[in-house]
Design a protein around this ligand. Structure first.
Ligand code: CA
Ligand code: CA
Ligand code: CA
Length: 149
């Protein structure tokens, strides 16, 4: 439960938005929340729309799927988690947590469809507070700002 609390909050969203290493958050040169938003809002209209979100997800997925087989496998999750500076035990716990949530057909890997569905349901939709199908800068900043312990 502790793990769930620790990794399901806004911090995870910020980290996930650009696939930043967890350790980067502790450094002073970490991009601000506003800079994170700008990186995803490609057309700079002040909103992250579904397409922009999908493009950002796709870029992340491609980066995570290091062998390019279209599956974000447990081994690739472990590798990504280690890169995020997690200990071996934590890396395994986090991979398990992600697979439990993402891997709906239980083949021990997240396909692009599973990844995208998870991301929309757990990151995009909760941030889109007024349900207009777009994340405004305000919505993003409100939820990504560090109110996390
Ligand atoms: Ca936009
Ligand atoms: Ca793969
Ligand atoms: Ca799967």
């Amino acid at each position: 439960m502790e793990l769930r609390t620790k990794y399901s909050g806004a911090l995870l969203i910020v980290v996930s938005v650009l696939g930043l290493p967890m350790s980067a958050l502790a450094q002073s040169n970490t991009p601000s929340v506003s800079e994170l938003f700008n990186a995803v809002d490609k057309n700079h209209d002040g909103y992250i729309d579904g397409e922009e979100d999908k493009a950002a997800n796709r870029a992340r997925f491609v980066k995570f799927d290091t062998n390019g087989d279209g599956q974000f496998s447990r081994a690739e999750m472990l590798a990504a988690n280690r890169k995020f500076g997690q200990s071996e035990t934590l890396a395994q716990q986090v991979a398990q947590l992600y697979l439990t949530r993402m891997d709906t057909n239980h083949d021990d890997a997240a396909s692009w469809e599973e990844f995208e569905m998870w991301s929309k349901k757990n990151m995009f939709d909760p941030m889109d507070m007024d349900h207009d199908g777009k994340i405004s800068r305000k919505e993003f900043i409100m939820q990504a700002s560090p109110s996390v312990p």
